[in-house]
Design a protein around this ligand. Structure first.
Ligand SMILES: [Fe+2]
Length: 382
């Protein structure tokens, strides 16, 4: 079992307050607390991460969603005038509470997302683990005992960085075939609305930002909020996690490979992918196979003799490039019941990665248009 500890670098209050606006401070912090590099999201994007594991890791987050609205309500409670409340955090609180409709609350939409990625009711009903409770409790307590501008800074940075997190998750679900459009709704919505939420919370900090002493208090609150938030995703990491490599950020740990399970059979309602692929292992003859699933980082390959786990192979996908261009890969899972195994593309520079990613996306888009005729919202399933 390997646990990856990741520590962000330190940032001083002077560095956070160096810019003229609160948004500059948020931007400085989000460069240090870059959630795109957080181990949880590196793990989420890794080709070997299966939906079962991802779903398990997301389930307890439901509790954070339920309680985050209480921290926002605490900020609201500390704004003295009704005009200021209405002009800033009020709309966010109302929206969190679904404008009075329990299904439309953020807890409701998140529960819908969990159901869409296959969570069973009994899993959803589990009590909140302390590793999650400590995050929402810290934010709630902070907002209750500090002035509104500090609570707004602590929750505002959560909203601000959640824009990127929502985009990352929605994109991953889209590309990895992890659920239908319902599964994407919650995060797609947040990728859009959290910018407004962050701006209206930061509006409560603008006056204080003009004075150096209160700007430092606001910067402290923002740093507090983002660190609690970062730690929450640390706490959501599964016990066994992939170590991002220096080259591609998603190469799994090679030790502990015995713990890797075969791929789960695809759900019955998933449209099968059926792309001719050729595979070569250890300079042997090319074998013809079929990709039953394809994404920017790898594919599920069937119909060939499975090489050993972690074997270096070469694959060539028909129609991916104008001329046959073999892609180096590595076997990342044992063969499942139906013979399919997971292959990660192993490319040693970002330009090659981008070339393969773009070619895969273009191929999927063509297949999707041909087979389903729908627009951007269509699943990347061929
Ligand atoms: Fe929000």
């Amino acid at each position: 079992m390997s646990i990856l500890l990741h520590r962000v670098s330190d940032i001083t209050l002077s560095e956070i307050t160096a810019g003229p606006s609160v948004l500059d401070g948020a931007e400085a912090l989000s460069r240090v607390y870059d959630f795109g590099k957080h181990p949880y999201f590196s793990w989420m994007r890794a080709p070997t991460t299966r939906i079962e594991e991802f779903r398990r890791s997301q389930a307890p987050y439901l509790h954070f969603v339920e309680h985050f609205s209480r921290a926002l309500t605490a900020v609201l409670a500390r704004v003295p005038t009704v005009e200021r409340r209405l002009a800033t955090v009020y709309e966010n609180v109302v929206e969190e509470h679904g404008h009075g409709d329990v299904e439309s609350t953020h807890r409701g939409t998140f529960a819908g997302y969990l159901r869409a990625i296959g969570l069973r009711d009994e899993e959803a009903a589990r009590e909140c683990p302390i590793r999650i409770a400590v995050a929402y409790q810290s934010l709630l307590d902070f907002c209750l005992v500090n002035p509104a501008e500090m609570g707004a800074a602590a929750t505002g940075i959560v909203e601000y960085t959640h824009i990127k997190i929502s985009t990352l998750i929605a994109q991953s679900i889209h590309e990895r075939f992890w659920g239908d459009l319902d599964a994407q709704r919650h995060y797609r919505l947040h990728a859009e609305i959290d910018a407004d939420h962050a701006v209206s919370l930061f509006a409560l900090c603008e006056e204080g930002w003009k004075n150096p002493a209160s700007a430092r208090r606001i910067a402290y609150a923002m740093a507090y909020g983002v660190h609690v938030w970062w730690s929450l995703f640390d706490a959501m990491c599964p016990a066994e996690i992939l170590l991002p490599s220096a080259t591609d950020g998603i190469r799994p740990l090679l030790g502990g490979s015995g713990a890797r399970a075969p791929l789960a059979p695809a759900p019955g309602d998933r449209r099968p992918c059926n792309l001719p692929v050729r595979m070569q292992h250890e300079g042997g003859a090319w074998q013809a196979g079929i990709a039953t699933s394809l994404g920017p980082f790898g594919l599920v390959l069937g119909g060939v003799r499975p090489p050993p786990l972690d074997a270096a192979i070469t694959v060539s996908i028909d129609g991916l490039f104008s001329a046959p261009l073999p892609i180096p890969g590595r076997v990342r899972s044992p063969a499942g019941e139906h013979g399919g195994f997971c292959v990660e593309f192993v490319l040693d520079n970002e330009a090659r990665h981008a070339e393969v990613r773009n070619a895969v996306r273009a191929l999927l888009a063509t297949e999707r248009t041909m087979t389903h005729g729908s627009g951007d919202d269509a699943l990347h399933v061929v």
